[in-house]
Design a protein around this ligand. Structure first.
Ligand SMILES: Cc1cc2nc3c(=O)[nH]c(=O)nc-3n(C[C@H](O)[C@H](O)[C@H](O)COP(=O)(O)OP(=O)(O)OC[C@H]3O[C@@H](n4cnc5c(N)ncnc54)[C@H](O)[C@@H]3O)c2cc1C
Length: 423
């Protein structure tokens, strides 16, 4: 393994989303000299901040037998130790199973929850339309606050042995220097790999509208499985929700090595939020009304949603559409090259530990990655926002941290400014 002048082994990451940043931070803590290349001018610039529904699953995903509860529940503790401050914990999530078109029956769903000891309540939720929803259950789950996550991520990079290179679009030929490298570029993974190293993925380009719905829904997440799969998820601690609809939201999809982005969408995909007026100016027809009306058949309040923004993202999934496991992949493709593909937020810390293990095999360092969880010590700014330092000694025990992150619904400020994300 290459070493820097001070004798430390050098490791490099491409992509400063949650996967690249977390793994880089763990390697820095383990004693590597770390370089990160990010093509954008800030971190968490693509999927991590603007793609997801932000749900942190306790063990379920689709509430059925196809998902990957083991990875999710294993990842939960370690994720909260690193990212608890960016989570809004213990909010009500209402799930329904559609009467028609669902691959999961109500009984399969209940069996799944019982088998994995996921606590739930059966409910007659007024958020769901009983004519179209067969089973309604309520769980306490958490979600990521996208307004805070980038700040917490930026602190992970506050080590003197991390060299973050922003505005640095890494190219395949740059790999020739032989530095041990992990690619964490999510949908762009294969751009840097040879054909025989590259997996196929299923890519979906999708639109997600954001806007206020109704005050009674603030802080609530509502999803219907799986059929058409409409959902409304809180957009952080704002009064807004993010609308999804598995069928209607998908603007294009392909299976292959690279996503095919239709030409008219290139200006908006992974570029953050756009207002309806901006979309009109760009000649892009939003799916908002179609999605809202389709979602309202299952979640009647959806009809009240206003359209303030839409985000357009690329989902990068296993190429077999039936594979709903949302597993993360960490593996070497050759001697000095590995991939780090993110399935779900909460697996980012487990994946980082696996990267340390793989790197140690090359470098001979002996640090146990389990011991690195929750040991972040320094603070430095990348986002221009002042971030307090939390030393391991000063960090409250894990259960109290859950409480710190818990913000009561009454504390939500419906007028909270959302604008700083949309300059
Ligand atoms: C629509 C949608 C909904 C989702 N919902 C959820 C959910 O509810 N819960 C959940 O846990 N997960 C969800 N996910 C998954 C989650 O968002 C991802 O697993 C996670 O954000 C992936 O992070 P990442 O760091 O791998 O990728 P990214 O955040 O995309 O980071 C990759 C980085 O690589 C950079 N890059 C690319 N190419 C290069 C290059 N050549 N040189 C330098 N830099 C480069 C990019 O600019 C980007 O910053 C969802 C994803 C999508 C798309």
């Amino acid at each position: 393994m290459k070493e820097s002048k001070n004798g430390r082994p050098v490791i490099r990451f491409i992509g400063a989303g949650i996967y690249g940043v977390t793994a880089a931070s763990f390697c820095a803590r383990a004693g590597y000299d770390v370089i990160i290349h990010e093509r954008r001018s800030f971190i968490a610039a693509e999927t991590t901040q603007f793609g997801p529904a932000y749900r942190i699953h306790k063990g379920d995903h689709f509430l059925d037998q196809h998902t990957n509860p083991e990875e999710f529940s294993r990842s939960f503790q370690s994720f909260f130790r690193e990212y608890g401050e960016a989570a809004a914990v213990g909010y009500p999530h209402t799930y329904g199973i559609a009467r028609e078109g669902s691959k999961t029956t109500p009984q399969q769903c209940l069996n799944f929850l019982d088998r994995h000891e996921i606590r739930y309540e059966r409910t007659n939720s007024r958020f769901l339309n009983p004519d179209n929803v067969a089973l309604m259950i309520k769980l306490e789950e958490s979600f990521i606050n996208p307004e805070i996550l980038p700040e917490v991520m930026s602190r992970k990079l506050g080590y003197p042995n991390i060299n973050l290179r922003l505005n640095s679009h890494f190219k395949k030929e740059d790999l020739a220097d032989g530095i041990d490298t992990f690619i964490a570029t999510y949908s762009m993974m294969n751009e840097l790999l040879e054909d025989d190293e590259a997996d196929d993925y299923l890519f979906k380009i999708q639109e997600n509208p954001i806007g206020p719905v109704d005050s009674s829904l603030i802080g609530n997440s509502v999803s219907v499985f799986d059929g058409d799969f409409p959902s409304l998820d809180p957009y952080g601690l704002t009064n807004k929700h993010r609308l999804a609809h598995v069928k209607k939201a998908v603007l294009a999809k392909n299976v292959g090595k690279m996503p095919i982005i239709p030409a008219h969408l290139r200006a908006v995909v992974n570029q953050g939020p756009f207002t309806p007026a901006q979309l009109r100016r760009l000649g892009i027809e939003s799916r908002f009304e179609e999605m809202r009306d389709a979602a309202a058949e299952y979640i009647p309040l959806a009809a009240k949603m206003s359209h303030e923004y839409s985000v357009f993202s690329i989902k990068s999934l296993p190429s077999d559409e039936r594979d709903l496991s949302r597993k993360s992949t960490v593996r070497r493709v050759s001697d000095n090259l590995g991939i780090l593909h993110g399935g779900k937020y909460q697996s980012a810390v487990l994946a980082a530990m696996e990267v340390v293990r793989l790197a140690n095999e090359r470098s001979g360092l002996k640090v146990d990655p389990e011991e690195l969880v929750g040991t972040e010590t320094r603070s430095r700014r990348w986002s221009g926002v002042s971030i307090p330092t939390m030393t391991p000694e000063a960090a409250p025990p894990i259960d109290e941290r859950y409480d710190t992150a818990k913000i009561r619904l009454d504390d939500l400020d419906p007028d909270r400014s959302f604008e700083r994300w949309f300059k």
